[in-house]
Design a protein around this ligand. Structure first.
Ligand code: FMN
Length: 359
């Protein structure tokens, strides 16, 4: 029987209106990405991992990751670190920022993170992992979730030992990306481990890894008993993957693609400022315009243009009908009126219909 992806479920006390979750991705999961994810069907979105050390030192860029807009909820903010006191303090900041859930990163395989005792290396130190969850659960009234890999080494089943202990320590939900840290993104996600984890814990489990289509989402939900599926790479520059998973498999027109990209660019400028956004957005051109939607030389040309205004002009020249799509009421209503603490008057993209900033 087909699984209903629109069914709501509860993570701690938070109602999640659907069984599709947008993955946290460093260098990708800006507010524009999360808002877009919500518009295209994700029931829950997540920030990229935020450094607890950065929060502790009140690093300006790190604090920027804690900004929350009114149209993102429900939203999890993910933190990473290895010091229980600092983790607890960071969780308090996450709550004050307006997130609905504090997510803890026990899955990052990158050396820079694991060498500090954080990320996936915590799967090899279950005692510390539990102390971190306890500290965060004690510090905040928000539900606490943990995202982890299967273990550090290839073939590891460590997540099945650590997972139940994390729940005992206070985790209200577990997300499993069943690859080892050593694997990085090679091979495949072994969701038979997700099914085993589901059978061991009495909290919702979210299945992450290689969910690229409605068929795959349905089959992973049905065979694992997971509460939800999480989509990462398939949604990069491709919110239509989320729409397909939710049941609408119509291909976007070129005009729609350009309108969505321009909207994403404008929102990102608002969030990061023109200079940072310019570099950040380059990888998105290929993601949006690939998949046979536009010729390769066009994507290559966009990357070389010095300003975002020029990129926008070039995009509209390639798909003139996109202007009308961009200002269509359905799109405008979900974006232009929404202003949060990020809006910066300096970048020229400030919407005219501002509403009060989020508390
Ligand atoms: C560019 C990139 C950045 C990522 N950053 C994070 C992160 O900050 N926190 C996290 O828990 N996982 C992160 N991940 C892992 C994803 O959340 C997800 O678990 C993984 O990509 C597998 O799902 P997918 O096959 O749907 O992409 C990242 C993945 C990618 C590709």
């Amino acid at each position: 029987m087909a699984v209903d992806l629109r069914e709501s479920w509860a993570l701690g006390g938070v109602e999640i209106p659907g069984r599709l979750v947008l993955a946290p991705m460093a260098g990708v999961s800006v507010q524009a990405f999360r808002r877009q994810g919500r518009r295209y069907g994700a029931g829950l979105v997540c920030s990229e991992m935020v450094s607890v050390a950065g929060i502790q030192h009140r690093n300006e860029r790190t604090l920027g990751y804690l900004r929350v807009a009114s149209d993102e909820h429900p939203l999890a903010i993910q933190i990473f670190g290895s010091d229980p006191t600092a983790m607890g303090d960071a969780a308090r900041m996450v709550e004050a920022a307006g997130a609905d859930i504090v997510d803890m990163n026990f899955g990052c395989p990158v050396k820079k993170v694991t060498k500090t005792g954080a990320g996936a290396s915590l799967l090899d130190d279950a005692d510390l992992a539990c102390r971190l969850v306890e500290a965060v659960a004690a510090a905040t009234s928000l539900p606490v979730s943990v995202k982890m890999r299967r273990g550090v080494e290839n073939g590891s089943r460590r997540c099945l030992e650590v997972g139940p202990r994390l729940v005992e320590a206070g985790a209200s939900s577990l997300t499993l990306h069943p690859r080892s840290a050593k694997q990085m993104y090679t091979g495949t996600a072994d969701h038979s481990l997700t099914a085993e984890l589901v059978s061991l814990v009495d909290v919702p489990v979210i299945a992450s890894g290689d969910i690229t289509s409605r068929a795959r989402a349905q089959s992973v939900l049905a065979t694992t008993g997971a509460a939800a599926v999480m989509v990462g790479r398939a949604a990069q520059g491709n919110p239509w993957a989320l729409r397909e998973i939710m049941g609408d498999d119509s291909e976007p027109t070129r005009e729609e693609v350009v309108a969505e990209l321009v909207l994403f660019m404008r929102e990102t400028v608002r969030e990061l400022g023109e200079h940072r956004a310019n570099g950040f957005l380059k990888k998105f051109y290929g993601w949006y315009l690939g998949r046979g939607r536009f010729p390769r030389p066009f994507k290559q040309e966009l990357v070389t243009l010095p300003t975002l205004a020029e990129v926008e002009t070039r995009l509209f020249a390639a798909a003139p009908g996109a202007r009308a799509v961009l200002v269509a009421p359905s799109r405008r209503d979900t974006t232009e009126g929404r202003v949060d603490s990020l809006d910066r008057a300096a970048n020229g993209y400030v919407p005219t219909r501002a509403v009060a900033p989020e508390a």
